[in-house]
Ligand binder design. Sequence first.
Ligand code: N01
Length: 552
Amino acid sequence: MAQTQNPDTVKTVDAVIVGAGFSGLYMLYRLREAGFSTCVFETGDNVGGTWYWNRYPGARCDVESIYYNYTFSEELLKEWTWSAKYAEQPEILSYINYVADKFDLRKDIQFKARVDSAQFNEEVNRWTIQLNNGQIVSARYFITGVGCLSASNVPKFKGLESFQGEWYHTGRWPHEKVDFSGKRVGIIGTGSSGIQSIPAIAKEAEQLLVFQRTPQYSIPARNVLNDPDYIQQIRENYEEIKKNMRKSLTGIPMEPRNRSALDDTPEERRQLFEAAWEQGGLLSLSYAYNDLAIKPEANETVAEFIRSKIRRIVKNPEVAEKLLPSYFYGTKRPIIDTDYFETYNRDNVTLVDVKSTPIQEITPAGLRTADAEYELDIIVFATGFDAMTGPLFKMDIRGRNGVSLKEKWAGGEQTRTYLGISTAGFPNMFMLTGPESPSVLSNMMVSIEQHVEWVSDCINYMRDHHKGVIEANVEAENAWTKHCREVAEPTLYVKTDSWYMGANIEGKARGFQIYLGGVGPYRQICDDVAEKGYEGFTLQASEESVVNELIQ
Ligand code: N01
């Protein structure tokens, strides 16, 4: 590590940021504006993060585009116009590139540079960051902007290396177009990525086989082009919209209807659900009543409503039956789609239930399940991610006494953080949208801006108050982790095996890793902590201020 390196070869900056996605870019902007020397390292060869890697056919955002953008610059808000209600991946990627150019961010980003390790050096209170190209950087602050869903998960199927065709993971999609025409394509996985890509691939491929383990609830997105008058109206009211986004539960300016599903008659519920189905979108059904995520009987009303829709849309009753989900609605990420269930009415699409007949191996010619062999030219893995901790664990991050983050969060302990931003024993390290913050259960843009602003305010505070080290206290961390679990415990989320629970990765500790208290209340908690001089953290004077005091 750096202690043994020639100091002349070590680059020194105030802050290192990992990742040039939405969070890393805004963090860079804020720190640079405040006069801190900052360097971003990015594995990819361009900006974009999630939207750089997830280029699979049909990829688009499930949060309305007018809410899924930066709000820090009024000028930017006025300059950029989203073409549709839900923006497609290429448009979002263009937006990110536009932002990077507008604010001249690229000059402080090193692309194709992967951070392999980061170690806190207690002698000098600095982080030593090592890159895959051998470069070493010393930074006061180490900030991760690695996202929550960037460590792709390709299940360890026997025989994958023997497969003679092409295979791709949705989260690591190639930049060149994948040609499905005339091909027999198999897709494994029916989460958001699978459900978005299945209708798109079905239109091109000669044959599409969908290997489904768990049927999913999905409701229509009802995407439309944005009307210029609507955009104008949004622009005129953006200050108000922004305020509402920030104080809402999810970062989308909507609140759940304040009524139990069990207080309405079946006919009243049906009418309400029908209206929500027609409206489409991420929250229309989840927000129809206030107890769908808490009471099993309330949840069953919406779950059965969606099942009835699937039975009606899918013409073959046997196929429809296989597509009926049974877990608590909303306890996996709700999915919105364009013609997903309709796609099973196509002649070239076949559904294979791999719950009852599991995939046994990938063969040179395709794939073998417990009762059949399928010949395939292309396999698409829409098999998700090692979420939340996966992106952090890809780096060897070591805090005090050389203890790694992986060791600290190992075994049944799961994650332990203070506010989802920091963790005891890892001074001057900040995790943007880290575990135990609202992150993926919110509009990420709102959560990203909140974290970036909180962290940059904190770093400014440190400079203004001549502090060199900030570290979460163990007591504050324990209290926060306990609070996170207490908020999640009464909900149905913890009763479902999902990636929220770490259940999709073999051997991973189970536990709900996201703060469910809502982005508005969470912002208030973080602001209060800052207002009280960073309550729950220990701040140490900077070396320069100690030296100055000694001299005087
Ligand atoms: O991944 P997932 P994803 N054999 O984990 C199956 C965000 N996102 O990439 O449920 C067979 O949801 C697995 O089956 P099961 C969004 O937050 C957003 O789709 O574990 N199947 C499941 O069906 C989302 O939630 C957007 O039984 C296997 C699928 O693979 C998150 O990313 C778009 C298997 C994985 O589903 C992740 O979504 C895309 C195996 N061995 C993603 N292993 C939008 O904004 C796994 N599966 C719209």
